[in-house]
Design a protein around this ligand. Structure first.
Ligand code: UT7
Length: 338
């Protein structure tokens, strides 16, 4: 019988980068804004400070994305002209139209690449990475820029102590490329994505979309900011992130013990610890930066990935597991070898 050879392509992470704004918002600052305390915030979330894109710098989401992307391109030693697609995961686009990816393309000088935003809240980077991988393994594209970026300060109600202590701004980026001969054991080994719209109101912005547009009457309402039922989201987050992690491990036929580093979405120190405990990961195998950056939604995983690489905690050959969970509800996991 004739043997048909199918080229199996893999998608490897060629470079990473990140950007965090210089302005620091501390728990002491928040104590002056809402009825909260440093003790409460640290005990319940692990957060000590977060970064905010200050209004006195005329920057938006796309500028943070471009700064992270430039670092990732330099790391990959790649000219922007070689990018065939740019995927930007964000819930805080520069504008409703066009996509932030279009603006990033222009600012990077990466003309003619495919451009699109991926909206999956805190799971956005995991979603975008999975889409990029699908493009690469199917042979559609060779080099894809994937960015997770948020200016959450622009949709945070700084009078709502339930949410304003949590969020920060920032961007992370990764270049995903088709693996070369000899790189067969590197790259994304398995992915899992899921979601459940029945929980859409647990974490949402009720006003300002096409369903309930902003008007002169409602523009001052808190509904134009993020609302979250933290307690409910917390319960679901731990359960579904653990399930997603198990699925990608099973998909690649490896055990949790084989993983060098868990790089989870940074929503709450207690969620990260609960996940680590369930999966038997000690603190030495879990990357945490929530104390310095808070929850940056879709930017949290790529920022953490870049920090983990640049600090030497992971390097070539490391097996990394990333898991995230957010509004939608959405969740997912990616297992990859650097
Ligand atoms: O990234 C996307 C996914 N997001 C998440 O995964 C976030 C998941 N949720 C959480 O991280 C936690 O639920 C929070 C950090 C948001 C809240 O922590 P919690 O331990 O679940 O607190 P809680 O909502 O059960 O509130 C406990 C109490 C309440 O007071 P009462 O009703 O018991 O009197 C809150 O009003 O703490 C109060 N509280 C605060 N107190 C001081 C809520 N926020 C604050 C605050 N400072 N900032």
């Amino acid at each position: 019988m004739e043997k048909i050879e199918t080229a199996v392509r893999n998608a490897v992470i060629r470079g990473t980068g990140h950007y965090i704004p210089p302005t620091v918002l501390t728990n002491a600052d928040l104590e002056r804004m809402v009825d909260t305390s440093n003790n409460w915030i640290v005990e319940r979330t692990g957060i000590r400070e977060r970064r905010i894109l200050n209004g006195d710098r005329e920057w938006g989401t796309s500028d943070m994305a471009v700064a992270a992307a430039r670092q990732a391109l330099a790391d990959a030693q790649m000219d922007p002209s070689r990018l065939e697609a740019i995927l930007v995961a964000t819930v805080t686009p520069d504008f409703p139209l066009p996509s932030t990816a279009s603006i990033v393309q222009l600012k990077l000088g990466a003309s003619r690449s495919a451009v699109m935003d991926v909206v999956a809240a805190c799971a956005g980077f995991i979603y975008a990475l999975s889409v990029a991988r699908a493009f690469i393994v199917s042979g559609v594209y060779r080099n894809v820029l994937v960015i997770g970026v948020e200016r959450l300060s622009s949709i945070t109600n700084y009078q709502d102590r339930n949410t304003c202590v949590l969020f920060g701004d920032g961007a992370g980026a990764a270049i995903l490329s088709r693996g070369e001969p000899g790189e067969e054991d590197k790259g994304i080994l398995s992915t899992f994505l899921s979601g459940d719209g029945q929980y859409k109101d647990l974490l949402h912005i009720p006003l300002g979309g096409s369903s309930v547009p902003l008007t002169a009457k409602n523009v001052d309402q808190p509904g134009r900011f993020i609302y979250m039922d933290g307690r409910e989201v917390f319960k679901l987050a731990v359960r579904e992130m653990a399930d997603a992690a198990e699925r990608v491990l099973a998909g690649a036929g490896v055990s949790a013990d084989d993983v060098d580093m868990l790089i989870p979405h940074q929503a709450n120190q207690r969620i990260i610890e609960a996940l680590g405990k369930r999966m038997n990961f000690g603190p030495d195998r879990v990357f945490v930066n929530i104390d310095r950056l808070g929850n940056t939604s879709s930017a949290s995983v790529p920022i953490a990935l870049d920090e983990a690489r640049r600090s030497g905690r992971i390097g070539p050959g490391s097996l990394v597991l990333s898991v995230a969970f957010g509004g939608g509800l959405t969740w997912g996991a990616v297992l990859y070898r650097l």
